[in-house]
Ligand binder design. Sequence first.
Ligand SMILES: *[C@@H]1O[C@H](CO)[C@@H](O)[C@H](O)[C@H]1NC(C)=O
Ligand SMILES: *[C@@H]1O[C@H](CO)[C@@H](O)[C@H](O)[C@H]1NC(C)=O
Ligand SMILES: *[C@@H]1O[C@H](CO)[C@@H](O)[C@H](O)[C@H]1NC(C)=O
Ligand SMILES: *[C@@H]1O[C@H](CO)[C@@H](O)[C@H](O)[C@H]1NC(C)=O
Ligand SMILES: *[C@@H]1O[C@H](CO)[C@@H](O)[C@H](O)[C@H]1NC(C)=O
Ligand SMILES: *[C@@H]1O[C@H](CO)[C@@H](O)[C@H](O)[C@H]1NC(C)=O
Ligand SMILES: *[C@@H]1O[C@H](CO)[C@@H](O)[C@H](O)[C@H]1NC(C)=O
Ligand SMILES: *[C@@H]1O[C@H](CO)[C@@H](O)[C@H](O)[C@H]1NC(C)=O
Ligand SMILES: *[C@@H]1O[C@H](CO)[C@@H](O)[C@H](O)[C@H]1NC(C)=O
Ligand SMILES: *[C@@H]1O[C@H](CO)[C@@H](O)[C@H](O)[C@H]1NC(C)=O
Length: 296
Amino acid sequence: MKFPDLNLALLSALLLIFLGSPAADAADVLYQICGTTGNYTANSTYDLNLQTLLTNLTTSATNSSSNFGFAKSTVGSVPNQIFGLVLCRGDVNSSNCSSCLSQATQDIQNLCPYYKEATIYYDFCLLRFSNQNFLSSTDNTNQVYMWNTQNVTGSKTLYSNYVRYLMNTTADYAAFNRSKKFATGQLNLSQAFPETYGLVQCTPDMSTSDCASCLNSLIDEMLKRFSGRQGARILGVRCNIRYEIYSFYSSVSLLSLTPPVENAPAPAPAMTPPVMNPGPQGMERTIYFTCASITS
Ligand SMILES: *[C@@H]1O[C@H](CO)[C@@H](O)[C@H](O)[C@H]1NC(C)=O
Ligand SMILES: *[C@@H]1O[C@H](CO)[C@@H](O)[C@H](O)[C@H]1NC(C)=O
Ligand SMILES: *[C@@H]1O[C@H](CO)[C@@H](O)[C@H](O)[C@H]1NC(C)=O
Ligand SMILES: *[C@@H]1O[C@H](CO)[C@@H](O)[C@H](O)[C@H]1NC(C)=O
Ligand SMILES: *[C@@H]1O[C@H](CO)[C@@H](O)[C@H](O)[C@H]1NC(C)=O
Ligand SMILES: *[C@@H]1O[C@H](CO)[C@@H](O)[C@H](O)[C@H]1NC(C)=O
Ligand SMILES: *[C@@H]1O[C@H](CO)[C@@H](O)[C@H](O)[C@H]1NC(C)=O
Ligand SMILES: *[C@@H]1O[C@H](CO)[C@@H](O)[C@H](O)[C@H]1NC(C)=O
Ligand SMILES: *[C@@H]1O[C@H](CO)[C@@H](O)[C@H](O)[C@H]1NC(C)=O
Ligand SMILES: *[C@@H]1O[C@H](CO)[C@@H](O)[C@H](O)[C@H]1NC(C)=O
């Protein structure tokens, strides 16, 4: 796994996330990355292939009998061949997955008009297409970073160690034990730090070792950049991670953890679903910064 080359492109924007109304937020675009591999013209073969591809991806990904909110596909032949991939967050059901992908199909063509390559991220799904065969590898390109501007109180180093434990345990569980390559976990941190919630996901076509190494490099990158933050995410086409000090996923956490005791073996994760923490109430506002780094 390679870390993204920040010198290639560094963009920044400001997003306001309203914690009190997750349903309204989920439909908003988090970020789009318009590609650099050329433009097509209206009604060209490329255009027609793209429309076929986008329909195919949404249909395939939401056919719940055969997949997990994931699809990849290719349409046409060189020079009009086009490759695409969609992924819904692992806890999102097929109706919400379907509406997110429909939204993505529309938005991406408005936000990156006539681009041969584009990537778009939402809370509930992502979509990428390109004239380059990015499906042939599992490189986690086109990453987007988001982080909470607020920090926890107390030792950043100590909190980082807890976040690493939470994300690492959740990532190993997703990579080794789940065909869906998706997991959520919560870590109870007594009085010193707030209870922390993590989510990790790889595309389900990835091998256990590719998924683990994809997630591992994101966790390293996240802790290097966002130590002590109250929340952060790194979005990528192949794998993505996020943690927050409130519950942000719809189902109960797959793992419920307590911190490992110093100088003692880490306790086995409790597999019984925990009681949901209702999270912050009302319209508390958190300011997120977002930036994208494009690797090619
Ligand atoms: C594609 O078109 C947009 C504007 O319509 C332009 O900004 C962009 O540079 C073009 N991309 C390429 C690779 O030509
Ligand atoms: C593309 O096709 C549509 C429907 O056939 C037509 O309305 C539109 O004018 C065409 N656009 C171009 C640029 O040829
Ligand atoms: C959904 O998947 C099943 C099993 O692979 C397949 O038989 C069915 O035709 C698919 N439906 C659609 C609408 O693609
Ligand atoms: C989508 O395209 C793939 C080939 O890339 C094909 O196997 C699949 O049947 C298509 N699915 C639909 C729903 O058109
Ligand atoms: C899908 O999830 C949403 C929100 O979590 C829920 O409101 C809706 O009832 C669910 N739909 C189905 C078909 O389960
Ligand atoms: C999820 O689906 C439910 C109904 O199935 C709907 O009420 C809700 O608005 C959807 N949320 C999003 C973000 O699409
Ligand atoms: C949080 O910590 C970072 C890095 O130490 C610092 O740059 C930032 O100003 C802090 N944010 C707040 C709101 O104090
Ligand atoms: C997950 O898989 C690993 C490796 O196969 C195994 O050691 C571990 O016990 C499993 N964890 C759970 C919670 O099933
Ligand atoms: C979790 O931590 C262990 C021990 O440091 C490491 O071997 C493993 O690769 C990590 N897994 C992930 C997914 O980061
Ligand atoms: C974590 O705390 C919640 C209540 O905040 C509790 O229901 C749950 O059992 C705790 N989990 C563990 C592993 O201690």
